[in-house]
Design a protein around this ligand. Structure first.
Ligand code: SF4
Length: 138
């Protein structure tokens, strides 16, 4: 598995090059079933897998450098058997900073690719206008 998370910006849509901050209006009502799932899983990555034209397994089509394997080496179920993909699926907001302190964490979406593109680490959210430690929208 190649996990160089430096995103190749040539593969990113121009619309993603702007700063998208999570704002108050982005916090939407959530179904009970989603609420429960988001306690465990990332709201965007869960269930996602991408197969490129060259036969590489990627998690997210935006995360081109995060190669989980290839169709020549393994079948899709192998990614689950080996746990390769689970650590990304299980990147719930409970594991992201500062979201783990936020009361909106199960009603809020997430884009790991955008945050990584903007220089955040895999475990942090920088592009949000809410400060959960102070309870204040910026
Ligand atoms: S701190 Fe995290 S969970 Fe809370 S509103 Fe911002 S992005 Fe959403």
């Amino acid at each position: 598995m190649t996990t160089d998370l430096n995103i190749n910006k040539q593969n990113i849509s121009e619309s993603y090059m702007f700063d998208h901050y999570i704002e108050k209006n982005d916090i939407l009502p959530v179904f009970v079933s989603d609420f429960e799932l988001r306690k465990i899983y990332n709201p965007c990555l869960k269930g996602k897998i991408t197969i490129t034209l060259e036969g590489k397994y990627l998690l997210c089509p935006m995360l081109r450098n995060l190669v989980l394997g290839s169709v020549k080496e393994s079948k899709i179920p192998d990614l689950f058997i080996k746990g390769t993909i689970d650590r990304f699926y299980e990147l719930s907001k409970e594991k992201l900073y500062p979201c783990k302190y936020c009361e909106f964490r199960y009603a809020c979406l997430d884009c790991r690719a955008f945050e990584l593109l903007k220089g955040s680490s895999l475990g942090e959210v920088k592009f949000c206008k809410y400060n959960p430690l102070e309870g204040i929208w910026g």
